[in-house]
Design a protein around this ligand. Sequence first.
Ligand SMILES: Nc1nc2c(c(=O)[nH]1)N[C@H]1C(S)=C(S)[C@@H](COP(=O)(O)O)O[C@H]1N2
Ligand SMILES: [Mo]
Length: 197
Amino acid sequence: MGVINSGFGNQRRSTDARLPPGQTLAHDWPVLSIEPTPAIDESQWSFTITTEDKVAHRWNWHELQKVGVENIVTDIHCVTHWTKLDMAWRGVSLDLLFDDVETSCDYVMVHSSGGYTTNLPLEDLLDGQAWIATEAEGEPLTPEHGGPARLLVPHLYFWKSAKWVLGMEMLPSDEPGFWEQNGYHLRGDPWREERYS
Ligand SMILES: Nc1nc2c(c(=O)[nH]1)N[C@H]1C(S)=C(S)[C@@H](COP(=O)(O)O)O[C@H]1N2
Ligand SMILES: [Mo]
């Protein structure tokens, strides 16, 4: 029964249970970028959702804060096998940003400064699953982690969480973004180990 070790055992099991298949625990926070880190001033930054009718919904930094920033505690999973537990983030829910967006498209292409793209089904961005994040671990997002603002979609592999995010484009069908064109899975659910297509 292991009475003495049961507390330790339970803790180990719960940590293990939070690791998707093939993942190991990271204690630091690696930086993974394919492009050089851009210098983006908050005063120059804005986020735009563009619909199929070319209607642009745009928020500058100040307007984004007014939409409503919330605290998020979540695990993140990189396809290169590291998982980081209980990260503290702050950001604006995509639910709030999509409130006034009229679209009949089910897919989204995310665009970053510098040309990085990634695709998602709209339903993966709604219902409290995705944010435009502006802070992590109690500090404004550093430039190398995507500051001033990045997408945060923690239930999918972290390549979906585009750093230096500038906008989203509504698409009628699913089209591959940068990594998805290079062999990564179209959706990327870590619990189903959807690494490659
Ligand atoms: N613009 C941009 N966003 C990106 C990437 C990138 O190279 N460029 N890498 C992705 C990948 S593969 C991961 S794991 C995370 C890494 O975020 P981090 O560097 O803050 O850990 O960002 C994702 N978003
Ligand atoms: Mo990654």
